[in-house]
Ligand binder design. Structure first.
Ligand SMILES: Cc1cc2nc3c(=O)[nH]c(=O)nc-3n(C[C@H](O)[C@H](O)[C@H](O)COP(=O)(O)OP(=O)(O)OC[C@H]3O[C@@H](n4cnc5c(N)ncnc54)[C@H](O)[C@@H]3O)c2cc1C
Length: 415
């Protein structure tokens, strides 16, 4: 008989187990894999983007999947508390661009090892290679968990089994069926922070493969041509479609829009110049007039990287070797259109296995934000990516997992 059972030794589960055992409770951590903190160890390219130092308001904005739910949890434990937790255990952290926090050592293992040392210090019982098969419940209460060989009983159970993304780390989506059995709603699951696919000829022909566009405004448009979201960051053309930070951030909007419109392709807009085509036409005209004998590809070379500029010339049906003296107003308008509103069709995304994060999950409407307790089953708690909370990469998902884990552990211990 345990006070608290934590299922899943990932980001949220490790923090939950530490927090529960700090309250001098008998805590059992069950992990189906051979190691703890697998996903944490590979996050941030193996450097572990452990949290983010932006103000709460900004952090919430960077969690488009139900970020607002986190105002409650953040009032109890937040990103600054995460920083304080690791620094007080001797892991110096540093801030990089956009508030992203990493260990100074650039070693994700330092973060994982700190959590493991804490588990030991507060006497958490750990069982590896122990997959939970189901939750044991009566009509109103969770009473324990079942594994292949044993039933473990407890006053409270924390489900921290993660989502479905990158399943080789252990997160294979086991918890969704348990949540439903406990009376919870699981919202539609979809891959987020994921590269996007395209059947466009120039993608299939690999015309632009390897081309990176720096600090470029990328937007997802809906079926009526309205902008759903814009992110201005780097992007990359690949052999299957598009990737890079701007694309990963746009991906959930493209995926959701495609689900909404019955699987039809979704339009992505790339703005090389963020201005009206009319204004850009005038600019192009002025430049052309200024250097009438020069080939246009040279006159306009400051506007974009050469490979992209030549591609846009081709899309506009304009010969890049034409001179300023020869070009017509209509041709310049066509080029200005390409520079301001180039669009391509997105046919889908890479699968969940290749996504950084799972979209959808256990509905946050059925979770108490200040305790992470289930509103459907007493003694049951959820934390981490199994919840319908998903953010951009940048430390936001790990922050959500550590904060919800901490609160689930603290509350489950006092259940
Ligand atoms: C490559 C990669 C890079 C990332 N980079 C970033 C980043 O830079 N910033 C950011 O914020 N987020 C990042 N993320 C996302 C972030 O790592 C996750 O959102 C977060 O770690 C989820 O934590 P979790 O505890 O909910 O799940 P997980 O860490 O996945 O842990 C779930 C655990 O539960 C165990 N488990 C599953 N089923 C069972 C069962 N039946 N019985 C027992 N145990 C079970 C699993 O083995 C696993 O150990 C990245 C993700 C990936 C894949």
């Amino acid at each position: 008989m345990y006070d608290v059972i934590v299922i899943g030794g990932g980001t949220a589960g490790l923090m939950a187990a530490v927090a529960a055992a700090e309250q001098h409770k008998k805590v059992l951590l069950l992990e189906k894999g051979t190691k703890l903190g697998n996903k944490l160890a590979i996050s941030g390219g193996g450097r572990c983007n452990v949290t983010n130092r932006l103000p709460t308001e900004e952090i919430i904005k960077n969690i488009p999947g139900n970020g607002r739910f986190l105002y409650g949890p953040f009032s109890i434990y937040n990103n600054e508390d995460i920083i304080q937790f690791f620094e007080s255990k001797g892991v110096a952290l540093k801030e990089e661009d956009h508030g992203r926090m990493f260990p100074v050592s650039d070693r994700a293992r330092d973060i994982v090892e700190t959590l493991l040392e804490e588990l030991e210090r507060v006497n958490v019982t750990i069982m590896l290679r122990t997959a939970v098969e189901k939750l044991l419940m009566n009509d109103t209460h969770v009473i324990g968990v079942r594994t292949a060989t044993t039933d473990f009983m407890a006053t409270s159970v924390i489900v921290a089994v993660g989502g479905k993304a990158v399943p080789h780390t252990g997160s294979t989506g086991d918890g969704y069926a348990w949540a439903e059995r406990a009376g919870h709603t699981v919202t539609t699951l979809f891959p987020t922070e994921v590269p996007l696919l395209s059947q466009e000829k120039f993608i299939q022909n690999k015309t632009l493969q390897g081309l990176a566009l720096r600090d470029t405004a990328v937007s997802v448009l809906n079926a009526k041509g309205k902008t759903l979201i814009t992110h201005k960051m780097d992007m990359l053309f690949t052999h299957f479609g598009v990737s890079g930070p701007a694309i990963l951030r746009c991906s959930q909007f493209a995926v959701k829009e495609q689900m909404k419109n019955g699987g039809k392709p979704v339009t992505l807009q790339i703005q090389t110049i963020e201005d009206k085509a009319h204004n850009v036409t005038q600019q192009l005209q002025k430049l052309a007039k200024g250097e009438p004998k020069k080939a246009l590809k040279n006159t306009y070379k400051a506007l974009a990287v050469e490979r992209w500029l030549l591609f846009l010339f081709e899309q506009a049906g304009l010969d890049p070797n034409k001179t300023g003296a020869d070009v017509s107003q209509a041709e310049l308008r066509a080029l200005a259109e390409q520079l301001t509103t180039f669009t391509m069709q997105i046919s889908g995304s890479q699968p969940m296995e290749k996504a950084f994060v799972t979209g959808g999950g256990v509905s946050v409407k059925e979770i108490e934000p200040k305790t992470m307790a289930s509103r459907k089953m007493q003694g049951l708690y959820f934390c981490g990516e199994i919840l319908d909370i998903h953010g951009y990469t940048g430390g936001y998902n790990i922050t959500a997992a550590l904060v919800t884990g901490r609160i689930a552990g603290m509350s489950a211990a006092n259940c």
